[in-house]
Design a protein around this ligand. Structure first.
Ligand SMILES: [Zn+2]
Length: 311
């Protein structure tokens, strides 16, 4: 099994947050209260409610030691789940609030996942560095890209764009991805999640190798055909899409239709803690609620293998 779309800051163990808070005398309540702050409720009804769940974890990802530990622990969680491969992503610019530089944040995460691979040789882990949608962080985004270009290798494997897609459209980031192309840094882009097909078209025009989510491609028949024909993988995260109300009712999620129409759908979990999910759960939901057969699950895993940034 392979996980291609997983955010570090959305996948911390609440127990770790409790332990680190105690260590530094930060008062944040009981484990149950911590979980409420980190996991969306079953009836999560907005993207805002979802995004609020990243505030607390980010406070614990502001120094090298904790960053390394948390990256290690996520690698360990994936290995223990039986995954053979996982790409973990984060935005280095969100980890500089207490003086850590973007580069130091990336180095700490590399060290954490390397340690996880040494401890659990059955798994291979990669890191994707995310730029953030916004209108006042161009400098930070270019810095992230330069670090990705410089560190591209056996762990850092790609670049991404995350954040508020509806507020800051993909077309605003043309220069950033022109530079990524020039630097030969492969990239995926979160698109077709909060915005429609036009966002996916833009990402493809920029040269994205994969699309993060991309499920709203279903609104454009030509785009669905194009994705199938050009074999563009979609990193689909079913539970997360339900939480952020991309689909009003989870049963209306287009994951099976996209797959049946020939799109290279891969299953992913987006945020193990925030969405209270993981790849095993996503596969179970795909099977039980969307009628995927065992062979079809295997097919999606093969798509993920082909789409992996580390080959
Ligand atoms: Zn995501």
């Amino acid at each position: 099994m392979r996980e291609l779309h997983l955010h570090l800051d959305g996948s911390l163990r609440p127990e770790t947050v409790e332990e680190l808070a105690k260590e530094k005398n930060i008062k944040i309540g009981t484990l149950e209260e911590i979980k409420d702050k980190m996991i969306v409720p079953e009836d999560c009804d907005s993207l805002n409610e979802y995004l609020e769940r990243f505030a607390l974890p980010l406070e614990f990802l502001q120094n090298k030691e904790w960053m390394e530990r948390i990256a290690f622990e996520l690698g360990e969680d994936l290995a223990k789940m039986g995954l053979e491969y996982g790409e973990i992503r984060f935005a280095p610019q969100l980890h500089t609030q207490e003086g850590m530089s973007q580069r130091e944040a990336v180095e700490a995460a590399i060290s954490g996942v390397k340690k996880a691979m040494e401890t659990y040789p059955s798994i291979r882990l990669g890191l994707i560095l995310c730029a953030m949608r916004g209108d006042s962080n161009e400098k930070e985004n270019f810095e992230t890209l330069e670090i990705a270009a410089e560190m591209l290798g056996d762990v850092v494997c790609a670049f991404d764009l995350a954040g508020a897609e509806a507020l800051f459209p993909t077309e605003n980031f043309e220069n950033l991805f022109a530079k990524a192309k020039e630097l030969k840094v492969p990239f995926t882009i979160h698109a077709g999640e909060a915005a429609g097909p036009e966002s996916v078209w833009k990402a493809l025009e920029f040269g994205a190798k994969r699309i993060g989510h991309g499920v709203r491609s279903i609104e454009d028949d030509k785009l669905v055909e194009y994705l199938a024909e050009k074999k563009i993988p979609l990193e689909v995260c079913i539970v997360s899409n339900g939480d952020t109300k991309l689909v009003e009712d989870l049963k209306d999620h287009p994951v099976k239709e996209l797959f049946d129409r020939g799109v290279r759908v891969t299953l992913n979990s987006d945020n193990n803690t925030v969405s209270n999910t993981n790849l095993l759960k996503e596969r179970k939901i795909a099977k039980e609620r969307f009628g995927f057969s065992e062979e079809e699950l295997k097919q999606m895993d093969d798509y993920a293998k082909e789409a992996s940034f580390l080959q």
